[in-house]
Design a protein around this ligand. Sequence first.
Ligand code: SF4
Length: 355
Amino acid sequence: MNCRCIQRALLRWFDANKRPLPWRTEPRDPYRVWVSEVMLQQTQARTVIPYFERWMARFPTVQALAEASLDEVLKMWEGLGYYSRARNLHRAARHVVTHYGGALPRAAEALRALPGVGRYTAGAIASIAFNQRTPVVDGNVRRVLCRLFARADDADIWALAESLLPEDRPGAFNEALMELGALVCTPRAPRCAICPLRRLCAARAAGTPEAFPAPRRSSSTPLVRVQTAVIVAGDAVLMGQRPAEGLLGGLWEFISSELRDPPQESLAMMVERRVGLDVSAAPATLLGETRHAFTHFRLVRTVWLLHLDAQPAPTRKHGYARVQWVRLDELPQLALTRSDRRVWHMAKDVMRAAP
Ligand code: SF4
């Protein structure tokens, strides 16, 4: 297949049809490209836009991000999910300030040495911000290329993406492939009739564009059950901060623990084990269940509301970096997971309705 025809058709279409996204301001700023590419992982552009604009208003430069506290960074990220992305951005910004004077390195290999920057992100920054001839392959690019060449699987897809890159405008070409996958060559019902590559596309010629690439065999995602205690005393609620490393690291949560199978640990035993408080005599109200889907598992939380008369100091912080009473009016300032925000809404509704 003629690479030049693909390049010309795709770039012409991109120039006329690309969305005016806030990270596409000219000249391209490497920091804005980097932040947008990290935010866009696993997240749609329309969701990312308000987060990106708030982030840039608060952390307009690598330097500003490096000087911020992790708590503030996580707070700005709250609701976007996959919080390791925010922690890695923060660590990488400090690395860039210390080792590169605040300017991102231009080469993909140097970019890949930064925390959280993999092959995809390094290729995107190097090509889009620095016009380097480096390929990118995300879900959209994979789908477009598999269809264009009628490939059932994505073996050698990176080499194929690299072979198609033009000498000039490699970054625009990468963005154009991603944009085509997002707007035209969609997973279901691709809009072949308006596609700039329709005359070159092998899957369309075969009459079965949706058959490419072949679906991956899905494995069932495991279910994790957690019990949660919203412990309220007067005008404060007891909160635990998760350790910086690991899933949802650095975020705050209501005192919780996974229920093993069979679930032998009572709520009071769990609270005792995690924070060293005896809540066995406190009245407990069942608030209900919340459900949340992560990439590798589904989470179901059973949520209880407990009222204490006083605010005893926690004597243990098993599995938490910090445990402390937080005033109810200060809770909105803490970085919580989306699931914990839902838990708080449930608790507030019941507390408001209480006589
Ligand atoms: S012609 Fe259809 S299947 Fe082929 S790249 Fe375009 S939208 Fe995708």
